[in-house]
Design a protein around this ligand. Structure first.
Ligand code: SAH
Length: 544
């Protein structure tokens, strides 16, 4: 266990500016095992998709006009989760970097005060990454030798006393509040800076900021760029000068989140804007997939500039307790199904060989074995078989070495191997999921099968996922069953979702049509052909 403390541990994680590819490796590994994820408005759905699907997701996002959850409440919430969940991994996921105008410091102070262990996982800050995605380097030889990151919005009380905050005495401002402009920035000094000025949270006050800078001597012709929703499919760059800043914001309706970057480097953005030139830039695509197995298509679409929302269509669940097989149809309703007969781990003594056909099977078997009060000693003297290398590796994590692994990593390979190496009298136990086919049982007719986990269609999508799907440009279907599953979950939810679909081959197309989708279909039933079609559609076909 990573946590020596008797509380849970809180990780203040920077989610980066939007593009999930900009989340750090460390951040991702914690999110994958998080028990709770407390996240902000600026965290993108692509990053949320990377979180442990079983984690409790808590949205404390603040909308510009009304505060969903106040900062002192967030602080209290983090402490509460850590205290109430010993050993848990509590992820506090914040846009950009948690310590760059992210109030991560305030949260950390609160955790220290409560004796809760924490770690900071820095993130890629929007202050630098958003200009980079717009092709604007924050420093450039001969143009800018420094850059300065400035808040364009301050809270009404500039000093936060965590105790006062805890008692609810503090009134916090938020981005977009237009009530008052009480910026205490040193405009004299800022105006003298030769370096690049980068304002965060500054859109609402930019007219004022620009005027003050000009008043203090900054050249009114200084170039600036507003970059809205940087690194997301909706990234937009609007250029202006210091003197036209305020009016440009109104005319172009620049909205938060946006950063303002000022200085000579902005000129480079006219030549270096690489992101918007990618063929799928600006497109948000939904890709359906079976839980845990990530499809290569996501990586390929992302590389072409699309934002991909991966939507698992199935989930696996432990069958508690394990059941005897033969009741497959009943298993999926196991909560109501009283017929499925639970196994007795005591019966393990009746078997000579245990065969595992998936990592899920291994995990669920041991989880339940331990929960029933046993340990690995009940496997002493038994032979262990695995369908392939990945399952073999998983068994090793439990201290178990495999005796039999087929060359060809399939159920059939395993069945044939066991037929060959074990005597007719060997008593074989297969530990499988409810959807495992009968290949092994056909090859090993005397074997017994226990169901240790079940695979079910996803019943419900979380709100953030529904919203992401509703705002997507299209859905990508790689099979008819993906269309069927997707339609059964999504159609009832989001009437305003895009009805455009990219389909692999004619069968998938037919299913998508049946469910009311417009279809664009690949010429061949390959991923290559599907990706090619999507690019063609957006680069030439869309307006043709
Ligand atoms: N901790 C964050 C900043 C939080 S303050 C970071 O390191 O990036 C919130 C401000 O960040 C927004 O008002 C906006 O100015 C900026 N911002 C965050 N994400 C952004 C994005 N994707 N595009 C443009 N600006 C962004």
């Amino acid at each position: 266990m990573e946590n020596s403390n008797h509380f849970g541990k809180v990780y203040l994680i920077g989610a980066g500016p939007g593009d999930p590819g900009l989340l750090t490796v460390r951040g991702k590994s914690i999110l994958e095992k998080a028990d709770v994820v407390v996240y902000d408005r600026l965290v993108s759905p692509g990053v949320l998709s990377l979180c442990n699907p079983k984690a409790k997701m808590v949205d404390v996002g603040k909308m510009p006009t009304h505060h969903k959850v106040k900062q002192y409440e967030i602080n209290k919430l983090l402490v509460k989760f850590a205290v109430e969940m010993p050993g848990a991994t509590v992820a506090r996921l914040k846009g950009g970097d948690p310590f760059v105008f992210g109030r991560g410091g305030e949260e950390a102070l609160e955790l220290v005060a409560a004796g809760v262990e924490f770690e900071v996982v820095p993130g890629v800050t929007s202050a630098i990454a958003v200009p980079a995605y717009a092709g604007i380097p924050v420093s450039h030889r001969g143009i800018a030798t420094s850059f300065h990151i400035i808040t364009g919005h301050e809270k009404e009380k500039s000093v936060v006393d965590p105790i006062a905050a805890l008692q609810g005495d503090c009134h916090y401002g938020a981005e977009g509040d237009r009530i008052q402009c009480n910026l205490s920035l040193d405009f004299e000094t800022l105006a003298k800076c030769q370096g690049t000025l980068i304002f965060l949270m500054g859109i609402a006050n930019m007219d004022f900021i620009a005027h003050r800078l000009i008043e203090c001597g900054k050249d009114p012709k200084t170039l600036l760029a507003f970059i809205e929703k940087g690194t997301t499919p909706n990234q937009r760059t609007v250029m202006a000068t210091l003197e036209s800043a305020g009016e440009t914001i109104v005319r172009e309706n620049v909205t938060a989140p946006a950063i303002t970057i000022m200085g000579g480097v902005v000129e480079l953005g006219k030549t270096l804007a690489w992101k918007k030139n990618l063929p799928l830039s600006g497109k948000r695509l939904v890709v359906t997939r079976a839980a845990k197995q990530s499809s290569g298509i996501t990586a390929r679409l992302t590389a072409l500039g699309a934002e991909v929302i991966e939507t698992p269509m199935i989930e696996t669940r432990d069958v508690f307790p394990c059941c005897h097989a033969g009741l497959r149809s009943g298993i999926s309703n196991s909560s109501e199904n009283k017929v499925a007969e639970p196994v007795e781990f005591e019966d393990l003594k009746n078997f000579d060989i245990l065969a595992f056909t998936s990592t899920n099977g291994v995990e669920c078997f041991f989880k339940q074995l331990f929960a029933a009060g046993y340990d690995v000693r009940v496997l002493a003297g038994k032979k262990i078989a695995s369908v392939g290398k990945i399952t073999e590796k998983k068994l090793l994590e439990y201290g178990i070495r495999c005796d039999y692994v087929p060359e060809d990593h399939t159920g059939e390979g395993l069945g044939l191997l066991l037929q060959k190496v074990v005597g007719d009298e060997s008593r074989i136990l297969l530990l499988q999921g409810n959807l495992a086919d009968d290949t092994l049982l056909k090859l090993l007719p005397k074997a017994t099968r226990w169901i240790v986990y079940e695979t079910l269609p996803i019943a419900e999508l979380p709100d953030w996922k529904r919203e992401a799907i509703a705002s997507a440009d299209a859905v990508v279907f790689a099979s008819s069953s993906a269309v069927e599953n997707f339609s059964s979950i999504v159609s009832t939810h989001s009437e305003n979702a895009s009805r455009l679909s990219f389909c692999i081959g004619r069968m998938t197309e037919a299913s998508a049509k049946k469910h009311g989708f417009e279809t664009v279909t690949s010429d061949e039933t390959t991923m290559d052909s599907l990706v090619k079609k999507i690019v063609e559609y957006y680069t030439m076909g869309e307006n043709a």
